[in-house]
Design a protein around this ligand. Structure first.
Ligand code: NAD
Length: 332
């Protein structure tokens, strides 16, 4: 993966902090940065949801450094930002159902942790801070496709935490002159996304079930839709955001998606075809707090960041499935 660079600057001149770097999206970012010879890539992650195995390939790379600690501690964030040029802030507790079950934990990592990181970046004169927001911010907004300037009411503590990030980011940029960009990811999937745990995402769950001839659950009738985004596109958006020189790009949030819509049933059938599985899905009740449909307008990211997603869902599913077959999941 990452055979085409998304940047033009020489990464060997810059040091990057990736919070949440042992997680799914963070570890893909680390892979990209080290592949293109970044001067330093420091990961800050408490391994609460990430896996150190995602970072094994880099453990002997002299440019790589790992700090196992929490962004809930402001001193940890302050130290992690020391000597860094740029921050990619990915650390958070994902999942709407998790946030409904343990809202305080979600708030601590996603809201307090975010503020700690933002303040640490301010105190360390970080050149630019790019952070992970979420399509969940659109909440009950019925418009389609989703456009950044029009959001509804949040439907879960997770969505509130991500919206809080956007509000703090705006105020820090305005008052302290910081360079900050938010990325509203839409259902990202790809290598390093774990099927394990109670809050795993739908694509790894389907893959894991189908490769083991099990029947995966589908919440609701499966006709709900998502703008599934292969992780390489999300990495591209991060790299473009960290280096964009467009004069109006800063202090904004951008949809990061592909601009295509696919139902959960369609994903299931495509994966059944690819795995040649005969398993059937088990349908159960809809989940609380979930949005029904989701499709992004990505024109702002195209204009201001130069984002141009290259990998569509079916190609992404094939790449991800190949990765799944090769790693040591339950299927082995
Ligand atoms: N994957 C998606 O589809 C998606 C969609 C929208 C938004 N996001 C956001 O993107 C970011 C990355 O998501 P992901 O899918 O890679 O999730 P992930 O769980 O794989 O990665 C998040 C990482 O953050 C770490 N973390 C959590 N709390 C922490 C804390 N207190 N201190 C330090 N590290 C902590 C976890 O251990 C994990 O490694 C998150 O902010 C998430 O909310 C993801």
């Amino acid at each position: 993966m990452y055979n085409t660079p998304f940047h033009t600057k020489d990464l060997c001149n810059y040091s990057f902090l990736v919070t949440g770097g042992s997680g799914f999206i963070g570890s893909n970012l680390v892979e990209y940065l080290l592949k293109y010879k970044a001067k330093k890539v420091r990961v800050l992650d408490d391994l609460s949801n990430g896996h150190y195995k995602n970072l094994f390939p880099f453990k002997n790379n002299l440019s790589f450094e790992f700090i196992k600690d929490t962004i809930a501690n402001p001193d940890v964030c302050m130290n992690a930002c020391k000597g860094m040029d740029y921050v990619f802030h990915e650390a958070a507790l994902g999942s709407v159902p998790r946030s409904l079950k343990t809202p305080l934990k979600t708030h601590e990592a996603n809201a307090t942790g975010f503020l700690n990181m933002l303040d640490a970046a301010r105190n360390n004169n970080i050149k630019r801070f790019v952070y992970a927001s979420s399509s969940s911010v659109y909440g009950d907004d019925q418009n389609m496709p989703k456009i950044e300037t029009k959001i509804g009411n949040p439907l879960s503590p997770y969505a509130v935490s991500k919206y809080t990030n956007e509000l703090y980011a705006k105020v820090f940029a305005m008052n302290y002159g910081m360079e900050i960009i938010g990325l509203r990811y839409f259902n990202v999937f790809g290598p390093n996304q774990s099927p394990e745990g109670a809050y795993a995402a739908v694509i790894p769950l389907f893959m894991d079930a189908l490769l083991n001839n099990n029947s995966p659950y589908i919440n609701g009738d499966g006709t709900q839709t998502r703008d599934f985004t292969f992780v390489e596109n999300a990495v591209q958006a991060n790299i473009k955001a960290i280096f964009t020189e467009h004069p109006e790009a800063l202090s904004k949030v951008y949809n990061v998606a592909v601009g295509d819509t696919t139902s959960i049933n369609d994903v299931f059938h495509e994966l059944k075809r690819l795995t040649r599985s005969t398993s059937k899905a088990l349908y159960r009740e809809e989940r609380k707090g979930d949005i029904r449909d989701s499709l992004a307008d990505i024109s702002a990211a195209k204009t201001y960041l130069g984002y141009n997603p290259q990998i569509k869902i079916n190609e992404g599913l094939k790449i991800t499935l190949d990765w799944f077959k090769n790693v040591n999941h339950k299927s082995k």
